[in-house]
Design a protein around this ligand. Structure first.
Ligand code: ATP
Length: 502
């Protein structure tokens, strides 16, 4: 992972956001090559998902939507964790995982007295830990009497006057824990000049709600018929408590989501399965190796009440097997929620049964940044190769699919100071540039120039030499992965690109 992060920085793929100010945790910038790579991933997805299908249309909804959208979707109430801070240690706890009990001792006179509080973090033996801590407290304080059994409560159940009495698990001392507060992962902002409660709005934490809220608009204007999908690519924002693993979990990221609407009586399980297959095949088409992909079906008991099933396509990152693409069967929950909250029915009319119904949905949702990290991780290799003189040297190579590689072809004149060569090379470069991202490089030995291209994942280099200008016009095509070379014509080169870059 360290080598990949270093390469990403060194060659201008990914930078820390606001680096000159020390960086900003959870935010990243994509440099010249990174932004090309990211754009190619988006463009391939859009071409395959929207343009090349007859049943899917595109959408670009606003990032800030009416706050009621997020109430209806459940994000205002449910996209939260209850958090407690320890002011001394700066540790942060989930309030529902922090347990406590008053320590009550009844004296010989029959009077019960609370002598303090004990706390413990959630474990399989929370009650036993609290009981043991209560016994220790009674002994230390040398209080006579009978210790009552502990009453296990979590911090969300604590009374206000108890907050300061409950010891912090970090320090063992009371007085440093704050009141629990709901930590909503949505970023809040204010719209308009007022900054009061009435102007609160949110940066979207997912793009999906745009498709639900515009469902009727698309149906009424888009000449769509069930089953059909609405797809969107765009930024999403989540105030993740622990952003980590480079761009894998960040606070600002980009999603590619599609809502595929089906009849309420349709075979949703088959449709779900078809989309899992489609998504997996798409990942293979942009060069991810099958060996790194696996499927994870969420257990039934962990699903939201409305969910019929969720399967994640997992990718084997250097830091472990992690979710790349979630494919969820969401029933008609989202459209139903918006119909109820807005008072605007979100139904279609079934000509066959003469009945209205709310369509169900299958939702494949993936992060562009997670795909980009996956292709970097899968494509990165360091290998021993022989140079022109037969000496073994290391080469770093990024095996990116031609579909997504930031530079498709590097055009290299064999020598820098021979005008006939550079003129011909520049002419080819200009011609290629009309359709493809290409690179012109005349600096340094040819072997070094090849290595520079290997490192950024350029699939092909073409070298213009004396044969090109003096003989048949062909040039040398050098292939990144095999490092083989062959002579080809300009027409062959364009045919190759046409076939491989789509
Ligand atoms: P996780 O469990 O990893 O937090 P999630 O299940 O909450 O993800 P979804 O809400 O299903 O994620 O979002 C769909 C996709 O968006 C994910 O599969 C992932 O590719 C991407 N994604 C979600 N959160 C982030 C993030 N913080 N940074 C980058 N990509 C993300």
């Amino acid at each position: 992972m360290d080598s990949i992060v270093a390469l990403a920085k060194r060659r201008g793929f990914i930078f820390q956001s606001s680096e000159i100010y020390g960086g900003f945790n959870g935010f990243f910038d994509y440099g010249p090559l990174g932004s090309e790579l990211k754009k190619n991933i988006r463009d391939c997805w859009w071409a395959d998902m929207v343009r090349r299908r007859d049943d899917i249309v595109g959408l670009e909804s606003s990032i800030i939507m009416h706050p009621k959208v997020w109430e209806a979707s459940g994000h205002v109430a449910g996209f939260t964790d209850p958090l407690v801070d320890c002011k001394v240690s700066k540790q942060r706890y989930r309030a529902d995982q922090l347990f406590f009990s008053p320590v009550v001792v009844t004296g010989a006179d029959g009077v019960a007295q609370t002598i303090g509080y004990v706390s413990a973090l959630e474990s399989e033996k929370t009650a036993a830990d609290l009981q043991a801590a209560a016994e220790t407290m009674k002994r230390k304080k040398a209080v006579q009497g009978t210790l009552a059994p502990v009453v296990v409560k979590d911090f969300t159940e604590a009374r206000e006057d108890e907050y300061a009495l409950i010891p912090s698990p970090a320090t063992g001392e009371p007085g440093s824990l704050t009141a629990p507060r709901s930590f909503n992962m949505m970023f809040q902002t204010n719209v308009g000049a007022m900054t009061d409660a009435s102007s609160v709005a949110y940066l979207r934490p997912e793009t999906a709600q745009g498709m639900f809220v515009d469902f009727k608009n698309v149906v009424d204007t888009g000449r769509v018929k069930l089953p059909f999908g609405i797809a969107q690519i765009g930024k999403s924002f989540r105030n993740e408590i622990t952003p980590r693993n480079f761009i894998f979990r960040s606070r600002e990221f980009e999603q590619m989501e599609m809502e595929y609407f089906i009849h309420e009586d349709a075979d949703w399980a088959k449709c779900h399965q078809d989309w899992i297959e489609w998504c997996k095949n798409w990942l293979l088409s942009i060069g991810l190796p099958e060996s790194h992909l696996s499927l994870y079906a969420h257990p039934k008991e962990k699903l939201a009440f409305y969910s019929k099933g969720t399967v994640d396509i997992m990718f084997q990152y250097p830091f472990g097997v992690q979710e790349l693409w979630g494919i969820a069967a969401r029933g008609n929950y989202d459209l139903g929620q918006h119909a109820q909250a807005s008072g605007k029915p979100q139904e279609l009319f079934d000509e066959a049964t003469k009945k209205k119904f709310v369509p169900h949905v299958i939702e494949p949702a993936v992060g562009v940044d997670r795909i980009l990290l996956a292709v970097l991780c899968a494509g990165y290799a360091e290998e021993d190769v022989k140079d022109e003189k037969g000496n073994v040297e290391k080469r770093t190579v990024l095996r990116l699919s031609p579909r997504i590689a930031p530079v498709k072809v590097a055009v290299l004149p064999l020598l820098k100071n021979k005008e006939a060569l550079t003129d011909r090379a520049k002419a080819l470069y200009k011609k290629l540039q009309r359709r493809y991202a290409v690179f012109y490089d005349e600096a340094g030995a040819i072997g070094r120039r090849y290595r520079r291209q290997d490192e950024i994942g350029t699939p092909w280099c073409v070298t213009i030499d004396f044969d090109t200008i003096e003989k048949d016009g062909t040039f040398t095509l050098r292939e990144r992965d095999t490092m083989t070379q062959k002579r080809i014509t300009e027409a062959d080169l364009f045919a190759l690109l046409d076939e491989q870059v789509y």
